[in-house]
Design a protein around this ligand. Structure first.
Ligand code: G6Q
Length: 580
């Protein structure tokens, strides 16, 4: 199978093209009998009964009663220590959650995923991002064909190219060394690479500046390129489909920007490479398909940062470190597949999240990394979880009778503490938090006189979890001599759930483990919620409507398309202010 195409053998037969262009079947695929609706299970009923106990659980009392709670409700694997003791759970609740995963057939579903079955049923596709990190020589099949050799063929080509850019063998059209790599992509073709570049900055060579243009807003392209020299700039156009309007518009703008100085169409070949599954469109754009790095339709956009979509990451950190990143993903795949649910980090995170969402009714989750390098991690997870599980119908098309994805959001600590933590501590809606930190910093800045930054950072993280869980009672506030009228303002209710993920040290391998941890967490939740975590029909409608409106904004006269009075007035106001 060539990099970006399927062999005849592997083409799925009954697939036809739907209006949206994706392969479809004419009859709905059968949902396996073991994939039961969660609310039909005994465990769900048990959890519904336990919810009252969970809501009433007093963390102060629970910790007092069980001196081992902090270690009892924790698990550790692969240098990641998960402390989930500050959740509103007890042993019975955890047992019932684990039973829920079992009754919902999560393990069977995972097996089907790893076996390359077309579990993305609405697009009739396998979901095999795990093959992206499979070791050379292993076997993972889609439609009977082992895809691992194809994965490694692309990885080898990426490595050769990344090395050439890094060591100066690959030069720009005028013979100069590449000094800036600009990845043009959006969504899954942007969020992973930009998150990884920021997270692993300390592992980059620093003499090649990587930048990421995603937004159709021209200011993004302008700002990211205004100080770059086309002679030393390489564009990586990353788009699975190579038809996404934002990416194609930015790529065309980039080509015009480069050619304005280089003045030779032949320069495109030295300054543009593509990452895509669509060789035809890449060639149409004018990029030599020899400079195209492929991946496959069984890799979803938001699950693609370890595919060729990670080309800019590989250029930044080098092929060896990229392979370490892949090894980290693989470590977590193995842990996910083999560890018992109670010790399995993705299962635990998923089940606790589900408990908070479906049984305690919490609507959002804050992911709060106490690590500046991870400052794009929450944004990355926002897409991973919300695009995957923000669904309202089950696999069989019937409505979900339960809540699905919560809102995922967050910013690094300690910055957030001086901004939105107020609401987390004393607001009316509890927000479960995932605190994330590394025990060993990459740079141990500070001194005993000034204070070690990392100790202060981690002290803050531990203090936040403590404050959220145990709060401060009115009696404690009074005992400090606080006037009575101020007591309610200074009281912290406590009992606000959090997980703490304390990891050993940030590295490419650790990042791979963490991303795969959340990938599989998302899988477990989607599996129990019985939704298709691998499609994203919800982004379609807005795209279609925008296409219709574009000519109405830029045309000489507004088109006569019928809109509601709000949209029409906004279009008219826009045109007036643009002098049209
Ligand atoms: C991810 C989504 C979406 C996608 C972008 C970019 O899972 O499918 O975020 O990655 O819309 O798509 P292209 O890579 O095809 O340009």
């Amino acid at each position: 199978m060539p990099a970006a195409t399927r062999s005849k053998k592997s083409a799925r037969k009954p697939a036809a093209k739907a209006a949206s262009g994706v392969a479809r079947k004419d009859t709905a695929p059968k949902v396996p009998a073991w994939h039961v609706a969660p609310d039909k299970t005994r465990a769900w009923k048990r959890l519904t009964a336990l919810a009252k106990r969970g809501r009433a659980l007093d963390l102060r009392a629970a910790f007092k009663k069980d001196r081992t709670r902090g270690t009892r409700f924790s698990a550790e694997a692969l240098g990641i220590h998960l402390d989930y003791s500050k959740n509103l759970v007890d042993g019975d609740i955890v047992d019932a959650l684990v039973a829920l995963a079992k009754e919902c057939g999560v393990a069977k579903h995972a097996k089907a995923m790893f076996a390359g079955e077309a579990i993305n049923i609405t697009e009739n596709r396998a979901v095999l991002h795990a093959a992206l990190r499979a070791p050379k020589g292993s076997v993972m099949k889609v439609d009977g064909e082992n895809v691992v050799p194809h994965v490694h063929a692309v990885l080898d080509r990426m490595a050769a190219f990344a090395d050439a850019v890094r060591n100066g063998a690959w030069r720009g059209h005028t013979g100069k060394k590449i000094a800036a790599v600009v990845n043009i992509g959006i969504g899954g073709s942007d969020l992973g690479p930009v998150m990884a570049y920021e997270a692993l900055k300390d592992f980059t060579r620093r003499d090649i500046d990587c930048r990421y243009v995603s937004n159709i807003d021209g200011e993004d392209f302008y700002e990211k390129t205004r100080d770059l020299d086309p002679e030393t700039t390489l564009f990586v156009v990353s788009s699975k489909t190579f038809t996404t309007i934002e990416t194609m518009t930015n790529a065309q703008t980039a080509r015009a920007w480069a050619l304005a100085k280089l003045k030779d169409r032949a320069a495109v070949a030295r300054h543009f490479v593509a990452v895509s599954t669509n060789a035809e469109e890449v060639a149409k754009f004018g990029i030599d398909t020899a400079n195209m790095f492929g991946f496959w339709d069984w890799v979803g956009g938001r699950y693609s940062m370890d595919s060729a979509i990670g080309l800019s990451t590989m250029i930044a950190i080098g092929p060896a470190a990229f392979h370490e990143l892949l090894a980290g993903f693989r470590d977590m795949d193995e842990h996910f597949r083999t560890a018992p649910a109670k010790k399995n980090l993705p299962y635990l995170l998923a089940l606790l999240g589900l408990w908070n969402r479906d049984f305690l009714g919490f609507e959002t989750v804050a992911v709060l990394p106490y690590c500046q390098y991870l400052h794009r991690f929450s944004a990355y997870l926002q897409q991973l979880e919300m695009e995957s599980n923000g669904k309202r119908v089950q696999l069989d098309g019937s409505p979900c009778r339960w809540q699905t994805s919560p809102v995922i959001w967050g910013e690094p600590g300690t910055n957030g503490q001086h901004a939105f933590y107020q609401m987390i501590h004393q607001g009316t809606s509890p927000v479960p938090c995932d605190f994330l930190a590394f025990a060993k910093p990459l740079h141990d800045v500070g001194s005993t006189e000034t204070g070690m930054h990392h100790d202060i950072l981690l002290a803050n993280l531990f203090a936040q979890g403590e404050a959220l869980a145990f709060g401060k009672t009115a009696a404690e506030v009074r005992a400090e001599g606080t006037p009575e009228w101020l007591v309610p303002h200074r009281t912290f209710p406590g009992n606000r759930p959090s997980n703490t993920l304390l990891c050993e040290q940030l590295s490419p391998r650790m990042l791979g483990r963490l991303v795969a941890l959340y990938e599989h967490k998302t899988f477990v939740q989607g599996s129990i919620w019985r939704v298709n975590s691998f499609d994203q029909w919800g982004v379609e409608l807005g795209k279609v409507l925008a296409k219709r409106i574009i000519p109405e904004l830029s045309g000489a006269r507004p088109a006569k398309a019928a809109h509601d009075s709000s949209t029409s007035a906004l279009i008219a106001r826009y045109r007036a202010w643009r002098g049209r």
